[in-house]
Each structure stands twice: as C-alpha cells, then as structure tokens.
Ligand binder design. Structure first.
Ligand SMILES: [Zn+2]
Ligand SMILES: [Zn+2]
Length: 145
C-alpha cells in the first residue's frame, strides 16, 4: 500500500501515513463526546508510520491519552495513547483524509453511551461501556473530569 496524505481544514497541518488501517472505530464515551462535539472516530496508525508537519496543539486528556488539533483552524487530528500497551499508537480522525482513506466503520465503543437522538447504522460491532472497560481496565484511571 502506498502512503496516504491528509490535512486539516486550513491546510497548515499535513500528515503522511505510510501504513494506515482500513478500519474505523467510533467512540461515544463522555470524553470523546465533549472533545469531538459528538462521535469521535479514529483510524489506527503506528507511531513510526506517521509524519506530521504544522502547528499541532496537544491536550493530555487522561493519564493514558492525548488529543491533538490544529492551532490555526481547530480541526481535530488524533487521539493517541501515551502510556500503556498501545503507547504511541495514533487514532487519526477519518476527516483528515479524502473519503476517510477508503476505511470503513467496524467498531463502535461505549455504544450504550450515545445520545438517544442519533445512531450509527450498519452491521459493525457494538461494544458497551461495561464490556469495553472489562477488557481495558486501565482506561479510566486518573481521567480528567
Ligand atoms: Zn488547520
Ligand atoms: Zn472515547
């Protein structure tokens, strides 16, 4: 697979990803709802495969992860684990890439935490808060509230 390029709304931040997953995950947890304004979506990429240029700002949203955006236009860029088993792994927002780089929605986590007024259609996997936190017990330690 050839490298995929993406950019924020204003074009100040540019990314090149050597190997990008073709799978999208969506999250409805409280942090993702507040930060994204609704549904946070991500496409995984290994740290070594991502090149970024431009005015990136980073917020450490929990002991585990950081969230990044363009300092010029405010576009969301990624959620990334900074400690733990997936340290360095990017979850890049699909909107950075034309047609979400062809990736498709495969998983919706905290599915039971979504607002009652909308839902993602399709036959992707849906994981509840309880189910997710059972397999990811480290997620909510020291979370910013
Ligand atoms: Zn921008
Ligand atoms: Zn989340």
């Amino acid at each position: 697979m050839s490298a995929v390029s993406g950019h924020c709304l204003c074009g100040a931040v540019r990314l090149t990803v050597r190997t990008l997953s073709d799978e999208i995950s969506a999250c409805h947890c409280e942090m993702c709802r507040r930060w994204s304004g609704g549904i946070q979506m991500g496409i995984e990429a290994a740290e070594a495969d991502v090149r970024v240029t431009g005015p990136v700002k980073i917020f450490r949203s929990s002991h585990l992860a950081e969230r990044a955006w363009c300092d010029t236009c405010g576009s969301a860029l990624w959620l990334r684990d900074v400690v733990g088993p997936n340290q360095g792994l990017y979850e890049l927002v699909p909107g950075l890439f034309d047609n979400a780089a062809g990736a498709r929605l495969v998983r919706e986590v905290y599915a039971d935490c979504a607002p009652s007024g909308y839902a993602l259609a399709g036959d992707h996997r849906r994981v509840s808060k309880a189910e997710y936190e059972m397999t990811h017990p480290f997620v909510h330690e020291g979370e910013v509230r």
